[in-house]
Design a protein around this ligand. Structure first.
Ligand code: 5RP
Length: 232
């Protein structure tokens, strides 16, 4: 499978991703996020499972994390079977000092939000470039195709600059793992993420937006392999 992160090795992401795997203990039910940073975590968890150091089950957030987990040898379950998770680990596109985060660069944020909200502890893994004083990157918004026009109009009305995300190697829009579209919407500097999140949730046709308010800690990896941990 090709993906947006293919062939991009990052020592920062690797340091964060592998460190996060050390937070997982035998008996844990683990939410497995999506993206190139948490891919390092999933592979490291798989290594520990294969070496019989760890006995865990994982719940994936996308076809991507499912494929990585299966190849790595992480036993998988579903939220139907295991509705309460011990820990969820995932990447982010940006986070601020209050640990508000924007996710959805890989169009997986709806399942990522469900999985992370099902966990007792939600850990984000990141490289240093994603830390921001104020959130300002575009907010990915998963929308039902039927509601696209109303959502676009509503986003403009609250000051957004919405763009329908185009697919790569497929003509037309990105289709999520849930069969929906993604609108990437810029709002400039987001001074009040909670207020914006509430407004986005009220728009009919919005399945889920990429503002996350449930991050417990962020692990930042550095190029020299060192780690910084920011806790709430
Ligand atoms: C996917 C996500 C990813 O976690 C986010 O885009 C970060 O990805 P990466 O670790 O590849 O930089 O939210 O929907």
């Amino acid at each position: 499978m090709t993906d947006r992160n293919q062939a991009k090795e990052s020592p920062e992401k690797k340091a964060a991703g592998i460190y996060a795997a050390s937070l997982v203990q035998s008996g844990d039910a683990v939410g497995l996020g999506t993206g190139s940073t948490v891919a390092y975590t999933i592979k490291e968890l798989g290594r520990r499972v294969r070496e019989e150091e760890l006995d865990i089950v994982g719940v994936v957030t996308s076809y991507q994390s499912e494929a990585i987990a299966i190849e790595a040898g992480v036993p998988l379950t579903t939220l139907a079977q295991t509705p309460k998770l011990t820990i969820a680990i995932d990447g982010a596109d940006q986070f601020d000092e209050n640990l508000f985060a924007i996710k959805g660069g890989g169009a997986a944020h709806t399942r990522e939000k469900i999985v992370s909200m099902s966990a007792d502890r939600f850990v984000v893994v990141s490289d240093p470039a994603k830390k921001a004083k104020t959130l300002s990157t575009f907010v990915p918004i998963e929308v039902m195709p039927f509601g696209k026009e109303l959502v676009m109009k509503s986003l403009k009305a609250i000051g957004g600059d919405p763009v329908l995300r185009a697919a790569v190697k497929k003509d037309g829009p990105v289709i999520t793992d849930n069969g929906n579209f993604v609108i990437d919407c810029s709002f400039g500097e987001i001074k009040n993420p909670a207020e914006l999140a509430a407004k986005l949730s009220q728009i009919p046709g919005v399945v889920e937006h990429g503002i996350f308010m449930n991050v417990d800690e962020v692990i930042i990896g550095n190029a020299d392999g060192s780690i910084e941990v920011i806790k709430k």
